[in-house]
Write a protein that binds this ligand. Structure first.
Ligand code: B12
Ligand code: SF4
Length: 510
């Protein structure tokens, strides 16, 4: 096989972004798979250049002019950026490949703009692409391994690609690691609800932790496991065998059901500094939060007690909620979340508007069958800029009124003050203040308020939300253009539109 010049782009940002948060944090959000693919391509004997796009780089400057094959890893919010980049690199003679959450969720759309669209990706998937490396136009080909890979290169093997990204992070430098794939739980809206749980090689994890202790005085590791700690004792034994107690700081997404007091004692001993459990709803998904059939205010009390207990062991906690689930009705779910904000003032609540990411979850088929999915361009599908599922039990104005009320309550100066008081450690304290007053808190209040106002005043808006028209309101078109910056010119014709029911149609066609 000829030696290829391979470029690999990890799109952490969806367009130019020079905000303080982006400068401080975006490099810490780098994905694992682009680094993995870089390692695999080198093992196959090719020349590799990687870039993690944090919103600050000029992408075309970072890759050599003559490149044979470009891999792009993208979330759906970065799909338009990925499409524009593919168009640009194709114009220079390159073959293009997309992988990551967007490719898994919207493969029917991505094939219009890429030569290859990858689903589950293992080393042999990459080898197939490297060997074929040919134009597939106008429609690209879809390739996917039968299941998630059995093993992934660890930090030591990925270090060459991790290090330049961490250099871009001025203060906090977080190394991405992963100990498992899939999840044994079945939360109906989640991409991993149908993917079997599978632990990765513990010897690789041990070696990586030892390696990091040589690289940093006190390493910081962000676990990318969909649900960290499912085999709790196994992963804790692994950490304890590799690293002295509390010598590495860890951050993990873990469900509340895994965070019992004995587990928290062990997590504290091993240096866990931040946890991000999903609570999601006061009426649904009880298994995940270990609340069983307890619902409503009883669940709020139980979960608040649990969260306050966690904060006695781990200094930072973000609790995730989904707003607009079908199980929610009337003001009560929002009022209950406000009570949670009062009862667990130290937690940072993260809110996601219910979103159907294409093929991510079987539940999305139900929304498509009921014709409830809106065709919002991908750029806005990041759980907050747009909600692409028409709520079952709320009108749009009613829903946005509740969302604005809840978000304003959560990021009010009163709540920010109470959060500062409840957090004892310095970094969590100030991290929460920065998040609340930045685009995540104040920024979202402003955005939701603007949307709500336009639902009353802008006829085009109303018609789009009510599915009476598919013409994107100018407000969103302007936002999209601003997001993409100079790459807007490279956006292929039609790339702002997609078929919101493609998943359902693809099943009907088979
Ligand atoms: C870890 C994680 C994060 C981490 C790390 C993010 C990162 N840059 O990787 C953090 C907390 C930072 C994060 C943030 C966000 N996340 Co997140 N996150 C996850 C999570 C829990 C695990 C993903 C993971 O790494 N899995 C392990 C890898 C190895 O497996 P995989 O993702 O299945 O990937 C396979 C293939 O897709 C392929 N592949 C993956 N990447 C690439 C790249 C290339 C080039 C190729 C060829 C192949 C390839 O190979 C893998 C092996 O088969 C998933 C949920 C889940 N349960 O999976 C959500 C998930 C990916 N996140 C999601 C979202 C929406 C977000 C946010 C937008 C949320 C927000 N509003 O802030 C941000 C965006 C951040 C960003 N732009 O980088 C959605 C994505 C939906 C979509 N279609 O875009 C998911 C699916 C959750 C959901 N809602 O269901 N997230
Ligand atoms: S516990 Fe988390 S990762 Fe597992 S299915 Fe539910 S939402 Fe997905």
């Amino acid at each position: 096989m000829r030696k290829l010049r391979v470029g690999i782009i990890d799109l952490v940002a969806k367009g130019p972004n020079r905000s303080l948060f982006a400068r401080l944090m975006n490099a810490n959000l780098a994905s694992i798979m682009p680094q993995v693919i870089a390692a695999w391509c080198e093992q196959e004997g090719h020349d590799v250049t990687t870039v993690c796009y944090t919103g600050l780089e000029n992408l075309t400057d970072h890759l050599p002019d003559s490149i044979d094959l470009v891999f792009i890893g993208a979330f759906t919010e970065a799909a338009q950026l990925a499409y524009a980049l593919s168009n640009l690199f194709r114009s220079r003679g390159a073959i293009t490949v997309i992988g990551g959450p967007h490719a898994r969720c919207y493969p029917e759309d991505a094939v219009k703009y890429f030569d290859y669209v990858l689903g589950f990706t293992d080393k042999s998937t990459i080898r197939d692409v490297l060997q074929d490396c040919a134009q597939h136009r106008p429609t690209g080909i879809r390739i996917a391994a039968a299941r998630q890979p059995a093993s992934l290169p660890g930090v030591r093997e990925r270090w060459k690609f991790i290090e330049p990204t961490l250099k871009k992070a001025p203060l906090i430098k977080m190394v991405p690691m992963i100990g498992s794939l899939g999840c044994p739980y079945t939360c109906s809206f989640c991409i991993d609800s149908v993917i079997p749980y599978q632990p990765l090689d513990i010897e690789v994890i041990k070696e990586d932790l030892r390696f990091l202790l040589q690289k940093f005085k006190r390493p910081l590791v962000g676990w990318h496991d969909p649900n960290f700690g499912v085999r709790f004792n196994e992963i804790m034994n692994t950490i304890e065998e590799a690293a002295p107690p509390d010598s590495i700081d860890f951050i993990a997404e873990s469900s509340l059901s895994l965070l019992s007091e004995p587990h928290l004692i062990r997590l504290k001993k091993n240096g866990f500094k931040a946890l991000l459990p999903g609570i999601e709803s006061w009426y649904d998904l009880g298994d995940k939060s270990k609340t069983g059939s307890t619902k409503g205010m009883d669940k709020v009390r139980q979960v608040s007690d649990h969260v306050n207990m966690i904060l006695r062991y781990v200094p930072y906690i973000q609790t995730n909620f989904v707003l607009g689930l079908d199980s929610d009705e009337g003001p009560e779910p929002f009022e209950l979340t406000k009570r949670f904000v009062d009862l667990a003032p130290g937690a940072f609540p993260g809110y996601s508007l219910l979103s159907a990411f294409g093929q991510a979850a079987p539940l999305n088929l139900e929304y498509q069958r009921a014709d409830r999915v809106l065709p919002f361009p991908f750029q806005f599908l990041n759980n907050n800029q747009a909600m692409n599922v028409k709520p079952r039990n709320y009108s749009w104005p009613d829903f946005y009124n509740h969302v604005i009320d809840l978000v304003s309550y959560t990021y009010s100066w009163r709540a920010i003050g109470k959060r500062v008081k409840a957090n004892k450690a310095t970094i969590p304290r100030w991290m929460n203040v920065v998040r609340a007053i930045s685009s995540e808190g104040f920024g979202r209040i402003k955005h939701h308020t603007e949307v709500r106002k336009r639902l009353d005043t802008d006829r085009q808006f109303w018609r789009y939300f009510e599915r009476e028209s598919t013409e994107l309101p100018q407000f969103y078109m302007d936002l999209a253009r601003r997001d993409l910056g100079s790459l807007w010119e490279w956006l292929p014709p039609g790339a702002m539109d997609h078929d919101p029911n493609a998943y359902l149609k693809s099943l009907a066609a088979n």
